[in-house]
Design a protein. Structure first.
Length: 69
């Protein structure tokens, strides 16, 4: 049986659009992550991939596309 990984899960397009918009507004990756926390999201680096998680419990939503690296 295949193991489910967050990197294999696609992120909802509306959430991905929000993440993209906030990245465009931020001046640095640090500010971008801070801005996302205001919406209840966080980014974790797991096994070389950036995983978008939902706060406060850190539930993984999926891997961010390479454009966000």
């Amino acid at each position: 049986m295949a193991r489910h990984t967050p990197a294999a899960t696609p992120i909802e397009p509306t959430v991905l659009d929000l993440v993209r918009e906030e990245r465009g507004k931020a001046l640095s990756p640090r500010e971008w992550k801070f801005r996302l926390r205001g919406y209840g999201y966080a980014i974790k680096d797991i096994e070389g991939a950036q995983i978008l998680t939902r706060l406060p419990h850190g539930k993984p939503l999926g891997a961010l596309p390479a454009e966000f690296a």
